[in-house]
Write a new protein. Structure first.
Length: 295
């Protein structure tokens, strides 16, 4: 492995595996471009020579000459990963398409190389372009990307546009993927339409978009019985006494089997006052009804 400098853009061929960041790799006498390092790096395949001269030192092309056996070593990839973007799907395709043993690259990424990670590495290489884009935006693990990869292109494109236009956070997007994947084809169509309609009709343009509402739409369709119980719980909660020093904490999915009550006691008088409020909930029967719904 050695550096060299070229006076003109190297020809990486029409079927290059990955995009260049300003360094290229030559394997067995043939130039190959490396993974993209981000929007702020130079891509020789997409820039004119004049544009590139402004960005690269000494008005030339730095090139790394690497042999095939070196690309199977952990040390080589630990060095290369200092310069290239950690685009796992693209790196996995690179080793697959070039017939390279992936263990060195897997180890350089901080993973252990064994049968399970090799199987997963092969699955990373099979992800399509839309799934790769989702990974680059949200850095999801493979189990989430596998669910996403099974969905139709039109659905995924529509969801991506919705998420990015509304700036949804990673945890909400992950939950939406999980719930959406478990729906039937007919239910998916309805769910997507409802979420798009909610986004279009949302009027509070100056505030933060309530992305959790999209998640809740899908959750209600995926778990209609639990969603109905949650609505009943919400109605009962509204009938419980409201006090600034007392709070009823209901488990999110009604699965704890108990209800937490948080009390703030600052004096002896608070004890008597809050005790009366709790007794009132028992007399009215609302608390018993609420507990009956928590499994």
């Amino acid at each position: 492995m050695e550096w060299m400098a070229l006076s003109e853009l190297p020809d990486t061929g029409e079927n290059r595996c990955l995009e260049s960041t300003g360094i290229c790799v030559r394997k067995d006498g043939r130039w190959m471009a490396m993974p993209s390092g981000g929007d702020d790096t130079v891509n020789p395949s997409e820039h004119t020579a004049e544009e590139s001269r402004l960005a690269l030192p000494f008005h030339n092309w730095p090139v790394l000459d690497v042999q095939s056996e070196e690309l199977g070593k952990r040390e080589t990839w630990e060095f290369l990963l200092r310069f290239v973007r950690r685009n796992i799907p693209a790196l996995a395709r690179f080793t697959r398409d070039e017939g390279l043993a992936p263990d060195g690259l897997i180890q350089a990424l901080g993973w252990k190389a064994h049968y399970r990670t090799r199987e997963e590495w092969a699955q990373w290489a099979e992800l399509d372009a839309i799934s790769e884009k989702l990974f680059l935006i949200y850095d999801f693990p493979l189990n989430t990307l596998r669910l996403w990869d099974r969905l139709g292109d039109d659905d995924r494109t529509a969801w991506m546009e919705l998420w990015q236009s509304r700036g949804l956070k990673k945890n909400l997007v992950r939950e939406i993927i999980q719930y959406y994947h478990d729906l039937s084809a007919e239910a998916r169509k309805s769910a997507l339409e409802r979420c798009q309609e909610f986004s279009e009709n949302w009027k509070a343009r100056s505030g933060n978009f309530p992305g959790e509402q999209l998640r809740d739409i899908l959750y209600s369709m995926r778990y209609p019985e639990i969603s109905d119980l949650q609505n009943q719980v919400f109605q009962l909660q509204k009938r419980l006494p409201t006090h600034k020093k007392m709070q009823f904490l209901v488990p999110d999915h009604l699965e704890a089997g108990f209800l937490d009550v948080r009390l703030r006691i600052e004096s002896g008088a608070d004890v008597e006052e809050l005790a009366r409020e709790l007794l009132k909930t028992t007399e009215e029967g609302n608390l018993e009804q609420l507990l009956a719904l928590i499994r």
